[in-house]
Design a protein around this ligand. Structure first.
Ligand code: ACM
Length: 494
């Protein structure tokens, strides 16, 4: 069966089908990579070879010899993430404003092939693309997901697997929540006990397990993400959510006494001490080392749920932490409580709470600051789908797929409109999630809803269309070994 040209998630900006034509891949199809497109061309060949069994040689030519040509090009008149995909009887042309756009053209092409293209062994079926032209570009610069690796740790390979599935939906940021009360998951050479103690045995919720990323591990994740045009946004949560740091270094507490290790899921009880010099030695060393591992522009400093910090100490601490981040040449990101202080121009405020009104975020936006939208009741993928969901929490309400899809980030907060928005992010907190399959089950199929909100023009979003397009993902996820929730809202094929 040949797919329809617009049967893609996120739905493209412009779709012009031409049902009179179609393109067939066969054993003679070759891929032509013009200068600057070689890496994406190699990636395209890599993802098409296993299921098709075709050679798909990549040659440095505009029009390769062969029974049909797939040509990759750059066109600097397009925005970096913008692309054009033209499909005719004689060939396919993918044009990107930069490599990122070309990569998105590849993701669209992949979804337009039969689902079996996601198989890892050859399938002798017809590999046909529907004819026509797609011209596509994102609504928001930042389309994100977050994974909490502190409450339960996820290995480098598990994070890579999550990145592979995110990139298929044109998600371009993965925020890693690296530290919390229950564990510290990133090696800091100047404070080695952070991971030696708080990345070790007995850490995590219910003491479920050790784990942390060495600097090499982390660098590997950053590079793997970059090859999929995903920027890693590291979060060191402060001044609250720091029990694990204080277990390792008691000088970070008010009385210098180490607190007990915590494996429960309470929040709001730990705090760095705003008036102690040790606090800032810690903050400066940790953020400097994390910045060294971070080619991307953002360092996330948390700032949420600091109930154990007085309002005055909170402001003192956040001002200092913001100055450290900007001094490292990075843009600070923080949960929206951070907006209690005057923010530097490069700061990004991440809105998460479920109340409709929040003055700090609107004030930050009024001052020209950028806002990242993660309202818990629409984007927190750890919320249960239904009351019966075995995984997840429900403090922000139940979140079915239609609810995750049916809202708009520019309408969520008075005073925070389109111009103020950097984008959207779907956090996944891991208190109840122990395995990659658990993560996938909560992310899919809701993450594609957030991805479409972040990418597609607002006027082209439509729930009926979306749930039918989602149905086509089920077979692809099965072929990739990706767990997903068989939400009854989606007309999954039998
Ligand atoms: C948060 O959910 N505490 C940001």
């Amino acid at each position: 069966m040949i797919r329809e040209l617009g049967d893609v998630i996120p739905v493209p900006a412009e779709v012009r089908p031409d049902t009179a034509v179609r393109f067939h891949f066969d054993a003679g199809t070759a891929i032509g990579a013009t200068p600057g497109t070689e890496q994406v061309a190699a990636y395209l060949a890599d993802i098409l070879r296993p299921a098709t069994g075709f050679d798909l040689p990549v040659t440095p030519a505009e029009t390769p010899e062969g029974s049909g040509a797939v040509a990759l090009r750059l066109d600097r008149s397009l925005a970096d993430e913008e692309y054009r995909l033209e499909i005719t009887d004689g060939g396919v042309t993918l044009t990107g404003g930069a490599s990122a756009g070309l990569f998105y053209a590849v993701q669209t092409l992949r979804q337009l092939l039969p689902a079996e293209i996601f198989a890892t062994t050859p399938h002798g079926i017809g590999w046909t693309l529907p004819g026509g032209t797609i011209v596509d570009r994102p609504r928001f610069a930042y389309r994100g997901a977050m994974l909490d690796v502190a409450r339960h740790f996820f290995t480098v390979d598990e994070v890579k697997s999550y990145l592979d599935t995110l990139a298929q939906f044109k998600i371009n940021h993965l925020h890693l929540h690296l530290t919390d009360d229950q564990g510290w998951r990133i090696e800091i050479e100047s404070w080695p006990k952070l991971t030696a103690i708080s990345g070790g045995d007995g850490t995590g919720v219910d003491g479920a397990g050790p784990g942390f990323y060495t600097r090499d591990d982390y660098t590997e994740i950053v590079a793997y993400a970059a090859n999929r045009y995903v920027v890693i946004v590291p979060e060191i949560d402060m001044p609250g959510h720091v029990n694990a740091a204080q277990v390792a270094y008691p000088e970070l507490t008010a009385d210098g006494v180490a607190p007990p290790q915590r494996t429960d899921t309470a929040v709001g009880y730990s705090s760095l001490v705003a008036g102690k010099p040790e606090t800032y030695a810690f903050v400066e060393d940790v953020l400097r080392e994390v910045a060294e591992l971070t080619p991307g522009p953002y360092l996330h400093i948390g700032g949420d749920e600091a109930q154990a910090t007085t309002a005055e100490d909170y402001r003192t601490f956040i001002q200092r932490a913001l100055a450290v981040v900007t001094g490292l040449g990075k843009s600070p990101v923080g949960w929206h409580e951070m907006a209690a202080v005057d923010l530097p121009p490069s700061a990004v405020t991440q809105f998460w709470r479920i109340e409709a009104m929040d003055d700090g975020t609107a004030r930050a936006a009024a001052g020209g600051g950028k806002v990242l939208m993660s309202p818990a009741d629409r984007t927190y993928l750890d919320m249960k789908y239904t009351a019966e969901s075995p995984l997840g929490l429900d403090w922000a309400g139940l979140l079915d797929v239609e609810k995750a899809y049916g809202w708009d980030p520019a309408e969520r907060l008075p005073g925070v409109g389109e111009q103020a928005l950097l984008g959207v992010e779907a956090p996944l907190w891991s208190e109840t999630l122990r395995s990659l399959a658990d993560v996938q089950t909560m992310a899919f199929p809701r993450l594609p809803a957030i991805a479409e909100i972040g990418w597609s023009p607002r006027e082209s979003r439509n729930w009926e269309s979306f749930r039918h397009r989602l149905a086509a993902c089920g077979h692809r996820w099965r072929l990739q070994g990706v767990a997903f929730h068989r939400s009854p809202e989606v007309p999954w094929p039998a």
